[in-house]
Design a protein around this ligand. Structure first.
Ligand SMILES: NCc1[nH]cc(CCC(=O)O)c1CC(=O)O
Length: 324
């Protein structure tokens, strides 16, 4: 510590709202660390929130009914926003100042009163193939004929079916550890999980193969979204955590999904890429659930959101609406 004037954040406290799953807590603690690094003297605390998605892990139907009933921001039909809206509500209610989400789980529509203040540097965006404990390395090709893969994601299922039409699927609900336990108990031959989540939980050793040529990732996969109240000076504290390329990729990918009118459960895979934030390239695939139809579009430009919208409109023009 040097003497001289105390920084404006000295003694100030910022409360981060987060789900209480191990992955969510890792992510919130990561952001807390970034904030303390950017603002020495700032106190950062976590506020753990139970979400509808967490409470109803094994029984999603009442969850959806509840999400439809209450008109809270971010919640909606088809499970969209189940993991994020109660974390958002904690910030809107003033129980916390900042919300940290997996960007993949954050609905693309604006929430009145909140702003997406920062998207930090992105981790791996790829999906990974995970085999039962002790199986070692192995690729999709090594799975037996008719193998069962644990994933509820239409995006993952449709893209896997293009490569292996013989595969069948099982729901793999619950947090990452729960899903791995089901795999190791023999519930399925393989599991698909986001590499970022496994890395964060110290489980990279469970990855049999990174599926970076097989499956286009979900919008925002591997990135974090940090929200605060739109009128809160916390906006300025969060600004240094924003990574311009990660943010531009996120803006392009999220604008595309939003223009498609789709959510995180849509069979949509994307790859936003940029050497600099003013030249973002976006590739997107929109698939039928059986994987037989796969529309692809690509655009590049200086305005990330416009690139996202252009890619979505190209998919829609070519019959994409029938797949949504
Ligand atoms: N849908 C659940 C979810 N949301 C974010 C992650 C992992 C972290 C990320 O993708 O950014 C996961 C688990 C998974 O898909 O394996």
């Amino acid at each position: 510590m040097t003497d001289g004037p105390a920084s404006s954040t000295e003694g100030q406290t910022l409360r981060i709202a987060t789900r209480d799953s191990p992955l969510a807590l890792w992510q919130a603690n990561h952001v807390a660390g970034l904030l303390r690094e950017a603002h020495p003297g700032l106190r950062v605390e976590l506020v753990e929130v139970k979400t509808t998605g967490d409470r109803n892990r094994v029984d999603p139907l009442p969850t959806m009914a509840r999400a439809l009933e209450d008109g809270t921001p971010g919640g909606g039909a088809n499970g969209v926003g189940l993991f994020t809206k109660e974390v958002q509500r904690a910030v809107l209610d003033g129980r916390a100042d900042v919300a940290v989400h997996s960007l993949k789980d954050l609905p693309t529509g604006p929430v009145p009163g909140l702003t997406l203040a920062a998207v930090p540097k992105r981790a791996s965006r790829w999906d990974a193939l995970v085999l039962p404990d002790g199986a070692g390395a192995g690729s999709l090709d090594d799975l037996p004929e008719g193998a069962t893969v644990g994933t509820g994601s239409p995006r993952r299922r449709a893209q896997l079916l293009r490569l292996r039409p013989d595969l069948s699927f099982a729901e793999a609900r619950g947090n990452v550890e729960t899903r791995l336990a089901k795999l190791d108990a023999g519930d399925f031959h393989a599991l698909i999980l986001a590499e970022a989540g496994l890395d964060r939980l110290g489980l990279s050793g469970r990855i049999s193969k990174r599926l970076d040529t097989e499956i286009l990732p979900a919008v925002g996969q591997g990135a974090l979204g940090i929200e605060c109240r739109a009128d809160d000076p916390a906006v300025d504290l969060l600004a240094p955590l924003n990574h311009l390329i990660a943010r531009a990729e996120a803006d392009a990918e999220r604008a595309c999904l939003h223009r498609l009118g789709a959510g995180c459960h849509a069979p949509v895979g994307v790859r936003g890429r940029g050497e600099n934030p003013n030249a973002i390239e976006l590739t997107a695939a929109l698939l039928s659930l059986d994987g037989e139809t796969c529309l692809q579009a690509n655009a590049t430009g200086p305005d990330a959101r416009a690139v996202g919208v252009a890619v979505a409109e190209s998919l829609l023009e070519r019959g994409g609406s029938a797949l949504l």
